[in-house]
Design a protein around this ligand. Structure first.
Ligand code: S3P
Length: 265
């Protein structure tokens, strides 16, 4: 056997080992997340990820391809997170609820810990129109904005396992609720008017609250929406006084029983 053939054979053997080990790894990840769920153990444990990364970085400290290997490792971790979120949710998660309940904050946390794709509805609509939400309301009017929301929700049907952070008015239209039901679970986040006021106080891109950030206005708008929110919700999570971590754990635990039997990645 000439040298080139031997090297190619060695490389192929390495790849086979890598493939086998990766397959084993995927299975362990699957079993681990299911075990945690069945035994009431917290699904999100970022310190474990940090611990392992530190060990491997140290282990490869003097190796010239340390960075290459660590970036492959990062990608393995990224894919593991996606496997976990698929095991946990297996469908789209629509976060609905009043302005300031924390839809965007929760979405970005879930994106970090489970490498999920996030659709931030307001952000996409603003980008598509080349202007802020306030400018859309001012120039085109609210009905135009609401139609943009419905159109975007319809587009969300193409993919699975995304977090869709909805604008506060999305659950008001029955057509939107029907659309969301087709591909996922609707999670209603709630908070008291006092918490809402505190959270929206310093932002200026909510035309329905701008110039009227008061407990009275927030309370009356919330009351007008309450019934539609409740009717839309598959699960409800109150966010008052809870950390982002606690809210996410509660969402995961409540969504679990609603997970479809079989799903494809
Ligand atoms: C709205 C909520 C906003 C945004 C728009 C209208 C509403 O989104 O879509 O200002 O009708 O409640 P957030 O809930 O993300 O603030």
């Amino acid at each position: 056997m000439d040298k080139l053939t031997k090297l190619r054979n060695d490389l192929e053997m390495c790849d086979e080992v890598i493939m086998d080990v990766l397959r084993m790894r995927c299975q362990i990840v699957q079993e681990l997340i299911n075990y945690k769920q069945e035994n009431g153990i917290s699904t999100v444990q970022p310190e474990e990820e940090q611990r392992k990364k530190k060990i491997f970085t140290q282990k490869l400290a003097d190796y010239e391809y340390q960075q290459s290997i660590m970036s492959i490792y990062d990608y393995i971790i990224y894919q593991s997170k996606r496997i976990q979120s698929h095991e946990l949710f297996g469908q789209n998660i629509f976060l609905v609820g009043f302005m300031g309940v924390g839809k965007s904050t929760i979405s970005s946390y879930l994106k970090d810990v489970f490498a999920m794709d996030v659709i931030e509805m307001d952000e996409i609509i603003a980008k598509r129109n080349g202007m802020s939400i306030s400018e859309i309301f001012e120039l085109h009017g609210e009905p135009y904005f609401r139609n943009e929301e419905t159109a975007l929700l319809k587009e969300c049907q193409n993919k699975k396992n995304q977090i869709i952070s909805c604008g506060g008015g999305v659950a008001m239209r029955q057509v939107n609720v029907d659309e969301m039901r087709k591909s996922g679970t609707i999670v209603l986040l709630t908070a008291s008017p006092e918490t809402i006021l505190e959270r929206v106080q310093s932002s200026h891109d909510r035309p329905l609250l701008e110039n009227n950030k008061t407990i009275e206005h927030i309370t009356s708008l919330m009351q007008a929406r309450e019934q539609a929110y409740q009717n839309a919700a598959d699960i409800i999570v109150n966010t008052d006084g809870k950390s982002v971590f606690e809210i996410c754990e509660e969402i995961i635990n409540k969504v679990q029983p609603l997970k479809p039997e079989t799903t494809t990645a």
